[in-house]
Design a protein around this ligand. Sequence first.
Ligand code: ZN
Length: 155
Amino acid sequence: MELRDLPGDGKAQPRADGRGARRVQPVELLKNARELFRRDRVAAIPEADNGEIYTGFCIEACSGVMNLCAERVAGLNMYMQSGQTKVRRMIAFRDRPPCGKGSGMPCGACREFFYQLNEENEDMEILVDYAKRETVTLRELLPKWWGAERYEQAR
Ligand SMILES: [Zn+2]
């Protein structure tokens, strides 16, 4: 599919409710995504519990107040688009698939985020080596998670 095949002219449209906010056309989102790739950004792709696929790109700003990893952006995108909080599996990469060691590994903040999003995400599989098809679970990356007790009390 090419950009020209998508609906919309790439220009921001005024909202129907007149609040002045903009509704971005799909073609504009794709242009933005391509720009992010050109900047050598990390992308993350979680598969939600229902099998739907979502995406996110890392956001880095000069002041640091808006920095977010691709994994958290993708998780938030999944939640905002569908209300889902459970992830089956996820891959994160920059210019090539994960190849072992630290590549493909979520940072500590992202590990915590996915646990807090849904306790059952402890079983989500994270691809750490594409060639070997090796995955690791969130439980393995963050054993004895502090929030498990709070989840237990909330039931
Ligand atoms: Zn992270």
